[in-house]
Write a protein that binds this ligand. Structure first.
Ligand code: ARG
Length: 463
């Protein structure tokens, strides 16, 4: 005898309904309702295939497909009553379909299982996110390209160890991030190409004895092909891990850039002015303009990489095929996706609005003996000095300037000649920051001509 409180989908062998705690730990509807559109798309494709293969009648399939559209519109309109007792989105949708169309709804699950159903829904959801991240990355890269183009020849200090190293151009610094986000873009595209196989029809784990057409459902859902192994199809979550991996690296890039914006916008640096639109004030200190958006972007990598680690730990050691552990995949991915999209959009907005303080950048570019390497190179080139000796002579000149409290170009020729008698006035040409950056014409170097070439290359690639 079946208790009427037992589950209507699988209550046949159950005498009683679940304990309240069981329901609470088991149900996923509170979060997997986000996959409603994907679930319904998958079911509609499955219904069409069941009719095309003669497994169900055309009229039953038509009723299912029509009814599923009604369910979707109810969900989109916010009118749908989600039920925790029905566990997840799959059973919620199917139960409502039964209310709407009656008996034919019971045929929808022929030749499939929730295991291949959830794997399909989640792939479709992750694929949509990969596409959204793709767009958001391109938008951010375009904002960076605009900055790089405007400031291809603006000079600023380049740092190593956050100590002034050599002058670079603003455009070159912006283009470094274009390269980084460009790699993120290629990771997203690689992941998409690899994950675009359809699990539907793998059924519970072993495939099905019904004469289903997996190519048909795969094609209807925009997949390149069906997954080739039914066990793998239902137990694979690599696509989610690759998404989280790519998202983690992208969030790490965003975090590094955000940190630079925090430093650059500080009163000590004053390299950039961030717009009011992406800053906040202080409730107590009237003078403050805080780079909160940048700080939050800097932090997002924590939860995104956390999600990556969490899902990795969920999947580790799971035997084939499906285990309920895998239901823990979604919240991590949803949270990471939401926060990555938010961080990308906020960064794009900040970059678009950001104003480089050109004079401050240029003044800082010349301080800290930033052209010392140019001086050493000049000694090598003009006086034919071995580089090691040139390094030593330059070091002595830096010490002299430091003792005098001035920069290298402020030393007089006679002061320079006290260190090395063959130095001529021509040396001053290489001590200016503009000459310094203009001279770095090696491929990928900071010279404005190189920066402009890279801007043009990326513009063409992004189309
Ligand atoms: N809500 C489940 C999940 O997200 C759906 C699959 C359930 N499959 C099962 N055999 N209980 O993983």
């Amino acid at each position: 005898m079946t208790d009427k409180t037992s589950n209507q989908m699988w209550g046949g062998r159950f005498a009683a309904g679940p304990d309240a705690i069981m329901e609470a730990i088991n149900a996923s509807i509170s979060f997997d309702k986000r996959m409603a559109a994907q679930d319904i798309a998958g079911s509609r494709a499955h219904a069409a295939m069941l009719a095309a293969t003669g497994i169900v009648s055309d009229s039953d399939a038509a009723a299912m497909r029509e009814g599923l559209l009604t369910v979707l519109s109810e969900i989109e309109a916010g009118e749908f009553q989600f039920s925790t007792a029905l566990e997840d989105i799959h059973m919620n949708v199917e139960a409502r379909l039964k209310d709407l169309i009656g008996a034919p709804a019971g045929r929808l699950h022929t030749g499939r299982s929730r295991n291949d159903q959830v794997a399909t829904d989640f792939r479709l959801w992750v694929r949509d996110q990969l596409d959204a991240v793709d767009q958001a990355l391109q938008a951010l890269m375009r904002a960076l390209l605009a900055q790089a183009e405007a400031g291809a020849d603006w000079v600023m200090p380049g740092f190593t160890h956050l100590q002034t190293a050599q002058p670079v151009t603003w455009g070159h610094h912006m283009m470094a991030y274009v390269e980084m986000f460009g790699r993120d873009l290629s990771r997203v595209r690689d992941a998409r190409a690899r994950m675009n196989e359809c699990p539907l029809g793998a059924a519970a784990l072993a495939g099905t004895s019904f004469p289903i057409d997996r190519d048909m459902t795969a094609e209807a859902l925009g997949f390149d092909r069906p997954c080739a192994n039914s066990l793998d199809a239902v137990s694979d979550r690599d696509f989610a891990l690759e998404f989280l991996g790519a998202a983690s690296i992208c969030a790490m890039h965003l975090s590094r850039f955000a940190e630079e914006l925090v430093i650059w916008s500080s009163a000590q640096f004053r390299f950039v002015a961030l717009s009011d639109r992406f800053s906040t004030g202080s409730s107590i200190m009237p003078q403050k303009k805080n780079p909160d958006a940048a700080e939050l972007i800097r932090a997002k990598v924590g939860r995104i990489f956390g999600a990556n680690v969490a899902l990795m730990m969920v999947m580790k050691g799971l035997p084939l095929a499906y285990s309920k552990d895998m239901q823990e995949d979604k919240e991590q991915v949803f949270d990471a996706a939401d926060n990555l999209m938010l961080a990308l959009a906020a960064m794009e907005g900040m970059v678009r609005d950001m104003a480089a303080r050109r004079e401050n950048l240029e003044a800082a570019a010349g301080s800290g003996f930033s052209t010392a390497t140019d001086l050493a190179d000049w000694l090598v080139r003009v006086l034919d000095m071995p580089f090691r000796e040139a390094h030593h002579v330059t070091g002595a000149l830096v010490a002299k300037a430091e003792a005098k409290g001035c920069d290298l170009p402020d030393l007089s020729l006679s002061e320079m000649q006290e260190v090395h008698g063959e130095i001529t006035a021509a040396v001053y040409d290489v001590l200016g920051v503009h000459n310094s950056v203009a001279s770095r014409v090696s491929y990928g170097g900071t010279a404005p001509a190189q920066v402009r070439a890279q801007v043009a290359r990326w513009k063409e690639r992004l189309g």
